[in-house]
Design a protein around this ligand. Structure first.
Ligand code: GDP
Length: 410
């Protein structure tokens, strides 16, 4: 059975923020915008039809699953629920192991808060590529540039603004997209907010040119060929800039910075575009490493369907409908519903019952899960942290040490 979405169009991401910066609101909006009637190949605009039930519209959609699959422009985005606002813990370490990229949310009013710094360093430690979203631009005291400078000063990895805001506080209207040098203006503040793409307003032209130049310089610096062409005075295309920015983001040399107001429904669609454009697919990250329990040798598993199956259990939770759900990420090979797998951690064979793909407002039975995918198994007796593998090719994925906190949480 072919995959629903090819692996290069898969994004396994987490959303991380200091308390109150807007993680819940942004997540809800993402689920809302990606929950519209979806057809592969259809170009999404703010105006597309929606298929949410009215009551869901009213109360918003909250994630109750450990991962939620959603779709944006021919891509599948799996949002992995990173634990809320507690200090980073073993739970976070586990989620870090199964996600490939992070949307890091900052408040445009409060800026880089201690918890953001601590969380950022954890992401450093696990080598997770990031994009940043400066939220709450509609609020009194919001200042994109101040927060951008704080990110640059306080955090590792150079930020690069790929948008600047148009207006601020109650006058916040939209953003300049520095790649296309067009303005994106939201026409409404309600759910489903439509936007239009127009020429940059006259009074923002200078600022847009100044920030585009900064963006271009930061990007070309990461690629010798592009740098040469830039120095020779060539106009570098948005396509080339995006390609190199993608590579630099995945290599953790740069962090693209976007902005908006999740609450006022401004900025979420371009944020989803950036997830696709800059965060890695499972093919872009290093292969999973582990120990063969028979030989004690280190082995690798690449994210290909032909490799022996291996998967990591990162969450076990009880579900009112299905009983116990065991969430795992497949790192290599594939697994089918009803088959047996080898739990290398416990040295025993276990049967996979049903396999479920969790969506925001539904769950879908799937027959098979392939490399890169995250699914929940029903009726599997395994614990968080277990490695599932092919009995003939057993592997124990790298044991998770619980690292020391990098900075104090004072
Ligand atoms: P979390 O703690 O990071 O999950 O933050 P929430 O998403 O729960 O947001 C905290 C509060 O800030 C809530 O009252 C939200 O309605 C509000 N909020 C979130 N995003 C924005 C925004 O962009 N603008 C404004 N004005 N309020 C926001």
């Amino acid at each position: 059975m072919p995959r629903a979405v090819p692996i290069e169009r898969l994004r396994n991401i987490g959303i991380v923020a200091h308390i109150d910066a807007g993680k819940t609101t942004t997540t809800e909006r993402i689920l809302y915008y990606t929950g519209k009637t979806y057809k592969i190949g259809e170009v999404h605009e703010g105006a597309a039809t929606m298929d949410w039930m009215p009551q869901e519209k009213e109360r918003g959609i909250t994630i109750t699953a450990a991962t939620t699959a959603c779709y944006w422009k021919d891509h599948q985005i799996n949002i992995i629920d990173t634990p809320g606002h507690v200090d980073f813990s073993v739970e976070v370490v586990r989620s870090m192991k199964v996600l490939d990229g992070i949307i890091f949310i900052f408040s445009a009013v409060e800026g880089v808060q201690p918890q953001s710094e601590a969380n950022w360093r954890w992401a450093d430690r696990f080598g997770v590529p990031r994009i940043a979203f400066i939220n709450k631009l509609d609020r009194l005291g919001a200042d994109f540039y101040r927060v951008f400078n704080e990110i640059e000063k306080k955090l590792s990895i150079k930020p690069v603004a790929i948008q600047i805001p148009i207006g601020a506080e109650d006058q916040f209207k939209g953003v300049v997209d520095l790649m296309s040098m067009k303005a994106i203006i939201w026409l409404e503040e309600t759910l489903g907010a439509k936007y239009e793409v127009v020429d940059i307003p006259q009074e923002y032209l200078d600022k847009a040119q100044e920030w585009r130049a900064k963006m271009v310089e930061a990007i070309v610096e990461k690629d010798d060929d592009l740098m040469m062409r830039y120095l020779e005075g060539e106009e570098i295309s948005a396509e080339d800039l995006k390609r190199v920015l993608r590579k630099a983001t995945i290599n953790r040399n740069l962090v693209p910075v976007l902005c908006g107001s999740a609450f006022k429904n401004k900025g979420v669609q371009p944020l989803l575009d950036a997830v696709i454009d800059y965060l890695p697919s499972p093919l872009d990250v290093p292969p999973a490493k582990g120990i063969n329990p028979k030989t004690s040798e280190e082995e690798e598993r690449k994210p290909f369907d032909e490799e022996p199956f291996c998967a990591y259990v990162f969450k076990v939770m009880s579900d009112p409908y299905a009983g116990q759900l065991t969430y795992f990420r497949v790192f290599s090979g594939k697994v089918t519903a009803g088959s047996y797998v080898y739990n290398a951690t416990r040295d025993k064979k276990e049967r996979i019952g049903r396999l479920l793909l969790m969506h925001a407002n539904s769950r879908e039975d799937v027959q098979e899960a392939s490399a890169g995918e995250i699914v929940a198994a029903v009726g599997l007796d395994a614990a968080t942290g277990d490695t599932l593998s092919d009995e003939k090719f057993p592997i124990l994925l790298e044991k998770l040490e619980f690292p020391e906190p990098v900075i104090s949480m004072a």
